[in-house]
Design a protein around this ligand. Structure first.
Ligand SMILES: [Zn+2]
Length: 345
């Protein structure tokens, strides 16, 4: 079976590559349909590593996937061949302490697609635990199903924030994750979400949604825009999604007294934090690492029509053009949000 293989830093190939594995009683076999290209896939391609995760051997990329069940293990009852599904890419040890606490995303033993040495899903077929495979309602397309993964991070951030109806939120950073967070915050009850970035094309894309306002920080500071929007009081929730040092440092200025700060963006290196600024408003700090127990909710929001992620799919490329798709992702065009790869039928 042909897969998209990261041979080493900077070198991709489409070639025969069989991922070892057998279908266990609690597993399903899935024919993959759509796979989104994620910033982490691109980072492994350009840098060969993320933090202490280093690509030492050829690795299949991709972790944002939807597809069709083609075979089920003997113990699987909630899925059947023919079901359209999307897959949660992180598989914890269900007996771990973290999993027992419901925080399986921080299980040290979690196996996550396309995180070395675990292979990803840019391959025609995958075997996956049925418990981490979710049926797509009729109303949710394969393309949207593959958006459940990045949207799940937005969902995790919205849940961490403990949004109350009518909250005003600000999102710093209009990358794909910042956009997902903004939409999840709206779905979670925010009255208004202000998105701050310096790339106008990105702001135009997310600003087209009802309930979202934008500020280009080349023209006006995020703090100024928040002050104008809230009569100087500050935002109830600040979602930091840029990972940029100045944005992290400026977070306390955006929040209202007693507000919440959710750290979503991941700075490449440690960055300074204004602790006194946080203390002076007694801000509550939350962090997000991937997600747990949000896939059902993410899919339900898409199916209900309350969250429409289709405008964020910038292009879908056939699998044969997957390498060109990755090179386009490396370009990081300001008009691209999510690029997806469609597998051969
Ligand atoms: Zn992703």
């Amino acid at each position: 079976m042909k897969a998209l293989v990261l041979e080493e830093k900077g070198r991709l190939s489409l070639r025969d590559f069989d991922i070892p594995g057998t279908l266990g009683p609690a597993d399903v076999r899935i024919r993959t349909h759509t796979v989104g290209i994620c910033g982490s896939d691109v980072h492994y391609y350009t840098h060969g590593k993320i933090g202490h995760f280093v690509v030492n051997d050829p690795m299949v990329l991709g972790h944002e996937a939807s597809g069709t069940v083609i075979e089920v293990g003997a113990a699987v009852t909630h899925l059947a061949p023919g079901d359209r599904v999307c897959m949660e890419p992180g598989i914890p040890d269900p007996t771990s302490r973290a999993a027992k606490l419901g925080i399986y995303n921080v299980d040290p033993a979690v196996r996550f697609w396309a995180t070395p040495p675990v292979h990803g899903c840019l391959t025609p077929e995958v075997i996956h635990p049925a418990a981490f495979t979710y049926k797509l309602p009729e109303a949710v397309s394969f393309a949207e199903g593959a958006m459940a993964e990045p949207f799940a991070i937005g969902m995790q951030a919205a849940l961490r924030a403990r949004i109350q109806p009518g909250d005003i939120a600000v999102v710093t950073g209009a990358g794909p994750i910042g956009m997902m967070v903004a939409l999840a915050a709206l779905a979670g009850g925010c009255a208004k979400v202000l998105v701050a970035d310096l790339a106008q094309p990105k702001l135009d894309i997310i600003g087209a949604y009802d309930g979202i306002e934008t500020v280009n920080i080349r023209e006006k500071s995020a703090a100024q825009a928040v002050a104008e929007m809230t009569d100087g009081w500050g935002a109830d929730v600040v979602f930091e999604c840029s990972g940029a040092a100045p944005a992290v440092l400026g977070v306390p200025q955006l929040a209202r007294p007693g507000g919440a700060v959710v750290l979503v963006g991941m700075p490449v290196d440690p960055v300074p934090v204004d602790i006194v600024g946080l203390q002076a408003k007694e801000l509550r700090i939350e962090t997000v690492f991937r997600y747990a127990n949000v896939y059902d909710r993410a899919i339900a929001l898409m199916a209900s029509g309350k969250v429409d992620l289709k405008p964020l799919i910038s292009a879908s490329l056939p699998f044969e053009e997957a390498i060109a798709g990755f090179d386009r992702a490396v370009e990081a065009r300001e008009t691209d949000v999510k690029l997806q790869i469609v597998m051969p039928a």
